[in-house]
Ligand binder design. Structure first.
Ligand code: AMP
Length: 214
């Protein structure tokens, strides 16, 4: 968990590469839905909120995320939930789902802690690959890159990373907004905090430390 731009996607990809977990990014699932010509029009309608920096409806998230979790569980694979829980009702609903599937003792919530101001800077300076969706985090050397190192796709600014939209996202998904979810997980004693303002490899090391010593 973490506010937008805290490095959830970057760290999730590293966990997937290292432990072969399934990667469930609800943001990616929603963007895929947007591109799908056969998608349910009512679901597509719910994506309007996303374009303006707001959260989409909880029901759409459950429909997409639970089907995806089940797919991996059926294969016997663990999952990394990347940005899949963004308000308290969602946290509770996922909790019910974990209980029903006897997973509640398997859950670890890692918070990538970051100030809203750092997020604003990161989001408005990062890029995304138009082809594979990989996020290219802000760094002086990445600023001059124009193509993705993985697939050679063109690097662009994501539609909701434009400064006016980022302001709205941080209002709705910043530290104040996610506090109630984190308090809920602290109450369940499954919450661990990692300093998300460190260099990527240091965050990676800290996350690995949490997972391998829990
Ligand atoms: P992300 O790619 O994780 O930054 O997500 C992009 C956008 O998708 C967010 O700004 C929200 O509009 C929407 N979104 C992603 N996950 C959720 C969720 N769990 N609940 C509601 N909206 C979400």
């Amino acid at each position: 968990m973490g506010i937008p731009g805290s490095g959830k996607g970057t760290q999730a990809h590293r966990l997937v590469d290292r432990y072969q977990y399934g990667h469930i990014s609800t943001g990616d699932l929603l963007r895929a839905l947007e591109q799908d010509p056969d998608a349910d029009p009512a679901d597509k309608e719910a994506l309007v909120a996303m374009k303006s920096g707001k959260l989409v409806s909880d029901d759409l998230i459950y429909k997409l995320a639970f089907a995806e979790i089940k797919k991996y569980l059926d294969q016997g694979t663990g999952v990394v939930l990347d940005g899949a829980i963004r308000n308290l009702p969602q946290a509770k609903k996922y909790g019910e789902y974990f209980k029903e599937n006897e997973l509640e003792k398997e859950v670890i919530v890692i918070e990538l802690k970051m100030a809203d101001e750092t997020s604003l800077h990161r989001l408005t300076n990062r890029k995304v690959c138009e082809e594979c969706g990989r996020i290219i985090p802000y760094s002086p050397e990445n600023q001059t890159k124009e193509h993705c190192e993985e697939c050679n796709g063109k690097l662009i600014v994501r539609a909701d990373d434009h400064p006016d939209i980022v302001g709205k996202r941080l209002k709705e998904q910043g530290n104040l907004a996610i506090k109630s979810i984190l308090d809920y997980y602290k109450g369940l004693a499954v919450h661990v905090e990692v300093d998300g303002e460190q260099q990527i490899q240091d965050v990676d090391r800290a996350v690995r430390n949490v997972l391998e010593n829990s």
